[in-house]
Each structure stands twice: as structure tokens, then as C-alpha cells.
Design a protein around this ligand. Structure first.
Ligand code: PLP
Length: 373
């Protein structure tokens, strides 16, 4: 089955009793025990029909063997680091999503040793590897700089050194990038973003290429810690996924047009969008992605004040963090990342939505022009 068909059909367990075409939401936290049979569901921290459907569709979309759904992207990411034995060394991107970077530093800073590395340079990764290294974590495209890591090349390094490779593919979605096909062992998504797609549900997921001992441990962490999405969250995410392939085409088409417009604006210093030929990792993006998705960042000439002025003056975009919804969002990124951010103060990040592109271009144009006054 092709992606569009999987997106619509793989997350639906038909209701045998009512014949409802759309799977109902099963709110019950407990399930009657069957005599002389093993129950498929016992207690909903451990398993629930809506979560099973969500995990099924996620696993199929990524071409994986299994998936674990979590209550947020961070809960999914943190589970991978929690699954590492104490004393392990992990290599993560120096421009990692700030929420997860701070999370692993603050929670696992004592039990794991963590190297923050420029993932666009494979020699930098190789020279960090020690006898204790167990995991390479990549995020591609990265948030908010839109750097691209070469998944195939890094997976070769991981395999040569017997390391696990996990990839945060939130910005790309399975529509544009399937990290398991390039050799990653685990894919992570914040399903809060494009997968659910309407900025109204928080969620996360991990998908594995094979059910090895690391995966068994991750499943246990999901079951015991209980950071699982509610049945309603699962239902909303499954519903969002049905239109994912079509939404992603619209996001990417709009983002490319907006990036091309912004790059020629006299008040803009640089644009970061992996679909632009001048992007430093354009060739890698072209190799491993079938589209360049809907996220872009740009540097306004000047500093923080000029960036704030742009985000204050937009009329259609919402000045808010997060991404992946149908509505366009814009933010001066450094202010949301906190005082230790390395993100330039004049960087504006955009989640390009599905509005008419002419309206979006006109809005950015007038916001840039009024920032000059
Ligand atoms: N990974 C990336 C790339 C993100 O952008 C985010 C959130 O913005 C996360 C992970 C964390 O996801 P959540 O907010 O669902 O916990």
C-alpha cells in the first residue's frame, strides 16, 4: 500500500458490534477478563484500542516493525535516553530541539555523559565515540536552524561502532523522510505537530526498525511510566494522519514560495530552508527527503528588536511557538529557548500553514516593511 492509503486505513480497527465505519473512542480504563483466554486489552495504561490503532498507522507509515505512542514528543524522546544504561555516553546534536536538550541535561546529566556535536560533520561525530558510547541521536531537519544530517552516512558510523541511531524526524514527517530506510534504528516524532496537524493535541511517538532489547525496554518505560496519550488524543491524531500526505504537499509548496520571496527581501540577511539550492546541505536533503516540508527560518537585518518588530506586525500569522498546524505561526525564536540559547537573536522561525500563499507573502512583506519604520 502507498502512503496515502496507509494514512487513511492503517489506523482503524472496525467496530464489530456496531459496524461503525470510524473506530469509536474507547474511554474505559479497564477491560473484562476473558475466561481461558488472554485479553488483548487489560488496563489502558498498558494498552487501549485507540492507541493500538495510532501505533499501527505510525509504524506502517515509517516502514517500521512497531511503534510506541506517548503523551508528548518530549516523553517519547526522554524514553530513549531513560532506556540507556547508567554510565552510557550519548552523542546528540549541538542544535537539538531546546526542550529535549534541556530535558536530557537536567534529568540525565548525572547518569549519562552527553556530547553535543555538529551533526553536519561526520568527522566530529566519529571523534566523540568512546567505549561507553551507546547512542547517536540526530534531528533532521533541525529546529530552528534547518540543518540536515546525513542519515545514511551517520547510520554507517553507528553500525560500524555498534551504536543505536535514533532520529527526530518531526520536521520532515514520514511523508518526506523515512529514516528507518536510511539505516536509523528508531524514529521519533512530536505528533503534536504535522501528524495531528491542527494544533489541538499533544503527543509523541517512537517507531523501531526491529524489536530488539532496547525496544523491549522502551515499551516497558511506556507501560510503567504511563506517559501515554489519552484515547481522545489518539483518535484526534489518527484523524489528523488521514490527511497528512495532502497537507504536507501544501505546506511544502507554500514554504518554498515563501522562502524564495523572503530571500530576495532587502531587509533579510539569510533564509534557512532545505529546499533552497544555496542551503549548505541541499544535496543531502534532496537525497533523503522527497519534499522539504513547511518549516523555515530567516535572519532579519539588525538584532532582536527588528525580529520582534516583524512578529509583532504580522496580521495573518499568529505570533506563537509550535508548528505543523494548518495555520501559519511565526516567532522570534531565541526568546522561547531561554537565556542559554545559541539561536541568533535576529532569527525568525515560521511554520508555514495552508493559507493562500499570496496572502502569506503579502503579510510578511508588510510586516518586514513596517519593521523598518
Ligand atoms: N522535537 C522537535 C523537533 C520539536 O520541535 C518538538 C517541539 O517543538 C519536540 C521534539 C517536542 O515535542 P512536544 O512539544 O510534543 O513534547
Amino acid at each position: 500500500m502507498k502512503l496515502e492509503t496507509i494514512a487513511i486505513h492503517a489506523g482503524n480497527i472496525p467496530d464489530a458490534s456496531t459496524k461503525a465505519a470510524i473506530q469509536p473512542i474507547t474511554l474505559s480504563t479497564t477491560f473484562e477478563r476473558q475466561q481461558n483466554k488472554t485479553n488483548e486489552f487489560v488496563y489502558s495504561r498498558i494498552g487501549n484500542p485507540n492507541r493500538l490503532s495510532l501505533e499501527n498507522v505510525l509504524s506502517k507509515l515509517e516502514g517500521g516493525q512497531d511503534a510506541c505512542a506517548f503523551s508528548s514528543g518530549n516523553a517519547a524522546g526522554m524514553a530513549v535516553f531513560q532506556a540507556m544504561d547508567p554510565g552510557s555516553h550519548v552523542i546528540v546534536p549541538d542544535d537539538m530541539y531546546h526542550g529535549l536538550r534541556n530535558g536530557i541535561k537536567e534529568v540525565f546529566g548525572q547518569s549519562l555523559s552527553i556530547s553535543f556535536v555538529d551533526m553536519t560533520n561526520s568527522s566530529h561525530i566519529e571523534r566523540e565515540i568512546t567505549a561507553d558510547t551507546k547512542l547517536i541521536w540526530i534531528e533532521t531537519p533541525s529546529n530552528p536552524l534547518l540543518n540536515i544530517s546525513d542519515i545514511e552516512n551517520i547510520s554507517r558510523i553507528a553500525k560500524k561502532n555498534k551504536l543505536h541511531l535514533a532520529c527526530d524526524s518531526t520536521f520532515a514527517t514520514p511523508v518526506f523522510q523515512q529514516p528507518l530506510q536510511w539505516g536509523a534504528d528508531i524514529v521519533m516524532h512530536s505528533t503534536t505537530k504535522y501528524l495531528s496537524g491542527h494544533s489541538d493535541v499533544l503527543g509523541g511517538a517512537l517507531i523501531c526498525s526491529k524489536k530488539n532489547s532496547l525496544w523491549e525496554k522502551i515499551r516497558k518505560i511506556q507501560e510503567y511510566s504511563g506517559a501515554v496519550p489519552s484515547p481522545f488524543d489518539c483518535y484526534l491524531t489518527v484523524r489528523g494522519i488521514k490527511t497528512l500526505p495532502y497537507r504536507m504537499r501544501g505546506h511544502a509548496e507554500n514554504a518554498e514560495k515563501l522562502a524564495l520571496f523572503i530571500k530576495n527581501h532587502p531587509l533579510v540577511e539569510a533564509v534557512y530552508y532545505p529546499g533552497l539550492h544555496e542551503h549548505p546541505q541541499y544535496e543531502i536533503a534532496k537525497k533523503q527527503m522527497s519534499g522539504f516540508s513547511g518549516m523555515l527560518s530567516f535572519l532579519v537585518k539588525g538584532g532582536a528588536e527588528e525580529a520582534f518588530s516583524v512578529v509583532r506586525n504580522v496580521k495573518i500569522f499568529t505570533n506563537a511557538t509550535s508548528l505543523g498546524g494548518v495555520e501559519s505561526l511565526i516567532e522570534q525564536r531565541a526568546s522561547v529557548e531561554g537565556p542559554d540559547t545559541k539561536t541568533p537573536q535576529n532569527l525568525v522561525r515560521i511554520s508555514v500553514g495552508l493559507e493562500n500563499i499570496e496572502d502569506l507573502i503579502n503579510d510578511i512583506n508588510q510586516a518586514l516593511d513596517s519593521s523598518k519604520k
